[in-house]
Design a protein around this ligand. Structure first.
Ligand SMILES: [Zn+2]
Length: 601
């Protein structure tokens, strides 16, 4: 298997791979970004193109291409292997029997969803949905290409269309039910008596994850369908579908979001599709009323800039405000797109595309938007209204993580309302406690303690040497040979000796192999950290020889220090001998060593 892994790695560039998920920026020989795995303000996520590895100095996670895919897509190693094999066109050997059974189990839900999407699609283009539903979508301005691109489908009238189709394909009802496309009918005892199709006579919008896999559906009443039912029915929470992290359109939009460095956030699936067709490919929708912190974490992988286009009704405005608050907490920038007479994005695109594009282009800062809106709703000359405005703005102002931004807006509000800044500060602070903050978890690793590696101050040069060596295979190999005896004899930190010499040999002086040999997570994290620091340090040297020269300087430093210590020891010994009347022989021996030490350079 390791040959396959190596082959895949040789065909991949980790910078391109990670670049599909995260905005990377060149910093010296490596690339930096805000970490996709924890909340942070300054980038501590580092990728080395040279070494094809990544590391986050904030949360300590790191690894190779496989590790990244496993972490970001939540895959098992085998799944990551398959996904990357497919990407690079490398063939993976067949499974053994046990593996196959396991994989089948895990993938069943995806297979069911994939087949269901195909089923619904066929019904729209060739089946019952062709007449009214396809016509309806076209009338709403969608082209055939767009309808196909988003895999829109139609769930026919009746209770067992999909159920029968899937069971005919060999799936058990219980399995199908796990994917959310069926409804369980329970008897008096609470046992499941039967199942039936969840979506009936509806236009079906498949919801996909970042990688483009169907995770669930949002289904709208079809024209001529039962209008007394809910307009939209969605997949319930399942193993595959989690409403709080689902983002409609993210699979198609992610690369454009990264490229454009902003995202258009709209309310409905139709809005996403219409905007996409109008050329704004970086559009997504949330499946719910307001953004969740988890959804923002996903968006933040690609950009920090959000343009929101929410309905002008009360619910839409409330959702926009709440979403902006969470975004401010995460130090993201929010602006608001406004269209006259309160159309939704889908209608706005259909009615006047140029006007829509212009409105998106001219989106105004969210804070300014909300302030102006409140000023138009209330009379700022009335004291009661003034208080209301402050209360309404408190959630937004208090959500800024950045003090600079908070102060900036307090100054603005102070001018608009004609209240002193200090009074406003106090007023907003009084709302602070009432304001439910979303807890931000920032994992902290105390690298200064350097775990068990750093035993005393003397070790620091030794650690420095270790870090430098493990960051370059050639330098490590050469130095381990050249300095083996010196390291073994004079290094005081035995863990460092073990890594450089013994573990080095065992892992062919290769860092990734070394990491695979180490079980302790803290040790791994620490080694990764110094590895990355030293890759950056190593950039100032162009050749292995230059690096070896730098290593020699460190060793000279160690020798000097040892010598100094020895001289001090000898002087102390001499003093003791003189005071306590040591033999001449003893005194001569110390004197000779001192002389020798001062003679060599
Ligand atoms: Zn991190």
């Amino acid at each position: 298997m390791s040959i396959v892994v190596e082959e895949i790695k040789s065909k991949l560039n980790i910078v391109d791979l990670i670049g599909e998920y995260v905005r990377l920026q060149k910093a010296g020989a490596s690339w930096k970004a805000c970490c996709p795995f924890h909340n942070e303000k300054t980038p501590s996520f580092s990728v080395s193109e040279d070494k094809q590895v990544w590391h986050c100095f904030g949360c300590g996670k790191g690894g190779d291409a496989f590790g990244f895919i496993m972490e970001i897509e939540g895959l098992e190693f085998r799944e990551a292997l398959e996904s990357l094999a497919q990407k690079t066109g490398v063939e993976v050997p067949e499974y053994t029997k046990g593996d196959a059974a396991q994989k089948k189990e895990r993938n069943k839900i995806w297979d069911i969803l994939d087949l269901s999407t195909k089923f619904y699609k066929k019904q729209l283009w060739e089946g019952e949905g062709k007449k009214d539903s396809l016509k309806y979508l076209k009338e709403r301005g969608l082209s055939e290409e767009t309808i196909g691109e988003f895999d829109l489908g139609y769930a026919p009238k009746g209770w067992r269309n999909l159920l029968d189709f899937l069971t005919s394909r060999g799936f058990e009802k219980e399995e199908i039910s796990k994917s959310g496309v069926l409804v369980e009918k329970k008897g008096d005892g609470g046992n499941v008596e039967s199942y039936y199709d969840r979506f009936r006579e509806r236009i079906v919008f498949p919801i996909k994850d970042v990688t483009g896999k169907t995770i669930g559906y949002s289904a709208r009443v079809a024209p001529g369908g039962d209008e007394s039912q809910a307009k939209y029915v969605n997949t319930p929470e399942t193993e595959a579908y989690h409403k709080s992290i689902a983002l409609y359109g993210i699979d198609k939009a992610k690369m454009d979001i990264k490229k454009e460095d902003w995202v258009l956030l709209v309310e409905g699936n139709m809005d996403v599709i219409a905007a996409w067709q109008a050329g704004i490919k970086n559009t997504i929708a949330i499946s719910g009323t307001a953004m969740t912190p988890e959804q923002l974490n996903i968006i933040k992988r690609y950009t920090k800039n959000i343009k929101m286009f929410f309905d002008m009704d009360e619910a839409g405005q409330k959702a926009a405000k709440r979403s902006a608050e969470i975004a401010f907490e995460k130090e993201m920038n929010v602006s608001i797109v406004e269209i006259e007479n309160g159309k939704d994005a889908a209608d706005a695109v259909r009615d006047d595309m140029d006007n829509f594009l212009k409105a998106v282009d001219e989106a105004s800062s969210a804070m300014e938007y909300f302030i102006e809106k409140l000023l138009s709703e209330y009379d700022k000359n009335k004291i009661e209204d003034k208080k209301k405005i402050i209360e309404e703005l408190s959630g937004l102002v208090n959500s800024f993580s950045s003090k600079v931004e908070k102060e900036h807006w307090i100054r603005k509000i102070s001018e608009k309302l004609d209240i002193s800044e200090s009074t406003l500060f106090d007023a907003f602070n009084s709302f602070q406690d009432k304001f439910q903050r979303v807890s931000r978890e920032e994992p902290q690793i105390d690298y200064n303690r350097a775990d068990e590696f750093l035993q005393n101050r003397e070790d620091s040069v030794e650690l420095q040497i270790m870090g430098f060596l493990i960051s370059d295979d050639n330098v490590w190999k050469e130095a381990a040979k050249k300095y083996q005896k010196e390291i073994e004899d004079s290094f005081s930190n035995k863990k460092v000796v073990d890594i450089i010499i013994k573990k080095g040999k065992e892992s062919d002086f290769n860092f990734e192999k070394l990491i695979n040999k180490i079980e302790d997570e803290n040790q791994k994290k620490y080694l990764r950290k110094i590895y990355f620091e030293n890759i950056e340090k190593g950039e100032q040297f162009s050749t292995t020889e230059d690096k070896l020269k730098a290593v020699e300087v460190d060793f000279t430093e160690i020798r000097k220090r040892k010598k100094k210590n020895r001289i001090r020891e000898l002087f102390e010994k001499m003093t003791v001998l003189a005071q306590e009347g040591g033999s001449n022989e003893e005194i001569e021996k110390v004197r000779k060593e001192l002389l020798d030490l001062s003679e060599d350079k």
